[in-house]
Design a protein around this ligand. Structure first.
Ligand code: IPD
Length: 268
């Protein structure tokens, strides 16, 4: 299956699930589970089902890994594409009625990203890319910003939903805030990355996110001329992830590394 065909299926599925969630938003309070800093919605599971049904019909035999996997999570290999699905990214926003949420679907073959689609129903924005094509928003080409210094940058971030006391999310947030022109937390990792791809933000960093939060949009950043990098593995599928316009990548990475170092020294 070509990357373009994968993208067409991902777009169909993202639009179907996102449209369904939007139509059903009066049910946004129906929670299967409430956690201190997160919520698991009935609509999350229903949207995952919609995406899976479309993939199973149009890409039979492919593997699916979803945040809300209805069956057991599957894994791909070098010959079996893996569809990585976050049916509602920004679930807490959605549950409060904030418009910053989306459906995110990435397709990988082994370590290679083939295609990614991120659909934000409330703003009707569809971000897409294939490994051999441009990054687009509603068909218009995207390009990362040309901001070259952290002091001039706007950096998107998020606070680890587990707020693990051994990790320094607030210290990193503080360090970024004092060095950048602005730090922002919007609450949807996939949309944060799309803002970097569109040149509206210059970098995105978060720790404690999962592959489904970033699989589609990382490719969109790269195809928009930026850089996307997993900079750590926290275990249990939790990642530390940095994406940027490329120009400020190393500087932001240094800020994060220094905070981490200081924390380790203070503890040692
Ligand atoms: C969450 C959002 C949020 C980020 C969390 C993610 P979810 O995804 O992307 O911005 O801070 O780390 O888990 O749970 O809404 O799909």
């Amino acid at each position: 299956m070509t990357p373009q065909v994968c993208l067409e299926i991902a777009v169909t599925a993202a639009r179907a699930a996102g449209g369904y969630a939007r139509a059903q938003r009066h049910r946004r309070g129906e929670a299967n589970q409430r956690l201190a800093h997160d919520v698991k919605l009935a609509l999350d599971v229903e949207c995952q089902g919609i995406v899976e049904a479309i993939i199973r019909e149009r890409a039979p035999g492919h593997a699916i890994l979803g945040e809300e996997s209805v069956g057991a999570a599957e894994s791909g290999d070098d010959r079996t594409p893996l569809w990585i699905v976050d049916p509602i990214d920004g679930t807490v926003n959605f549950s409060h009625g904030l418009p910053f949420w989306c459906c995110s679907i990435g397709v990988r073959l082994g370590a290679r990203s083939l295609a990614g689609a991120v659909y934000a129903p409330d703003t009707d924005e569809l971000y897409t890319a294939t490994c051999d094509g441009p990054a687009l928003c509603n068909g218009a080409p995207l390009h990362v910003s040309s901001v070259a210094a952290v002091r001039d940058s706007l950096i998107m971030t998020g606070l680890d939903k587990q707020l693990d006391p051994r990790l320094p999310p607030f210290e990193i947030f503080r360090a970024i805030s004092v060095r950048a022109q602005k730090a922002r937390i919007i609450g949807s990792a996939a949309l944060d990355l799309c803002h970097v791809a569109a040149g509206r933000a210059d970098a995105y960093f978060e720790q404690g996110i999962y592959i489904w939060d970033i699989a589609a949009a990382a490719l969109i950043v790269e195809r928009a001329g930026g850089r996307a990098e997993q900079i750590g593995d926290m275990g249990h599928g939790r990642l530390r992830f940095l994406a940027s316009n490329g120009s400020i990548h190393e500087a932001v990475k240094d800020i994060i590394a220094r905070v981490q170092q200081d924390k380790t020294q203070a503890e040692g």
